[in-house]
Design a protein around this ligand. Structure first.
Ligand code: FPP
Length: 257
């Protein structure tokens, strides 16, 4: 089936994800299949990223969070890590103005202090240039890990307890939500992982508790508008229950009509 646009007549706003998160996997295999170096796959991955950002703008998605570099990716061969760092610098250099023109607000999550000064400058420039934009919020996760995120939240909470600003009994899921990354956004509705693997790989492990998980064999450089719209259509068919029964959800929806 060819999907060229989401079915607007039947798709209500409630069926459209507000916040999409993506593990962009498969760049290396895409390059290997073409007898090209892995870095060529990452360059092709940037093109796919551009297309998906544009689709999110068109489809009026509120937030898109991309896993660009995990805290575990430092274990890759040195040459691949350094070419990824170079690619981040050149990509920010070439894309940020156009993102700004499209009213996109760019943010970063992860431990950016580990990066070179040059990359940190580009990250800060992108953040400050776009901070007042009101369109798509694009979050780029770099040197990010879900366990790191939770550990950082614990440290902040414990230091507030030490200062007497919080009590141990104040700790609950809502409080922790206020200390993890992306706290200011709707929780992710849709998680997409390309490249065939069916795992979360330490991405947003706290935030994904009720997210719908979509896995596809398509490699990231081949994940274009059509594949993205297919994922949106799949999401529109999901019934989100948040612990309730299907019947309870049906009844609430009927009452709301
Ligand atoms: C995983 O594929 C991909 C990465 C670790 C890098 C992702 C980065 C980009 C697509 C560039 C985007 C840039 C910005 C600034 C958002 P893999 O290398 O693990 O692929 P494999 O599983 O086939 O080896």
């Amino acid at each position: 089936m060819t999907v060229t646009s989401i079915n607007k007549t039947s798709q209500e706003d409630s069926e459209r994800p507000k916040h999409i998160v993506v593990v962009m996997d498969g760049n290396g295999r895409w390059a290997k299949k073409r007898l090209m170096p892995r870095t060529a796959g990452h360059h092709a991955g940037v093109k796919a990223t551009r297309q998906i950002v544009e689709e999110c703008i068109k489809e009026k998605i509120q937030a898109l969070t991309l896993f660009a570099f995990s805290s575990e990716n430092w274990k890759r061969p040195e040459q691949e890590v350094s070419s990824l760092m170079e690619l981040f610098i050149t990509t920010l250099q070439s894309e940020v103005k156009s993102l700004h023109k499209q009213n996109v607000r760019v943010r970063f999550i992860g431990e950016c202090s580990a990066f070179s000064e040059k990359l940190q400058i580009k990250i800060n420039e992108a953040k400050s240039l776009t901070e007042n934009n009101t369109g798509l919020q694009l979050n780029i996760a770099v040197n990010y890990g879900g366990r790191w995120d939770i550990a950082e939240a614990c440290k902040s909470i414990v230091s507030k307890i030490q200062l007497g600003e919080l009590q141990i009994d104040d700790i609950n899921a809502e409080l922790i939500n206020e200390y993890v990354c992306l706290k200011q956004l709707a929780e992710p509705d849709l998680f997409i992982r390309t490249g065939g693997e069916k795992r979360i790989s330490n991405f947003l492990i706290w935030q994904l508790a009720y997210t719908e998980l979509y896995f596809t064999d398509v490699l990231w450089p081949d994940f274009k508008s059509e594949e993205f719209l297919e994922a949106l259509n799949w999401y529109a068919g999901r019934q989100r229950r948040f612990g309730q029964t299907g019947e309870q959800v049906d009844t609430t929806q009927t009452q709301q009509v």
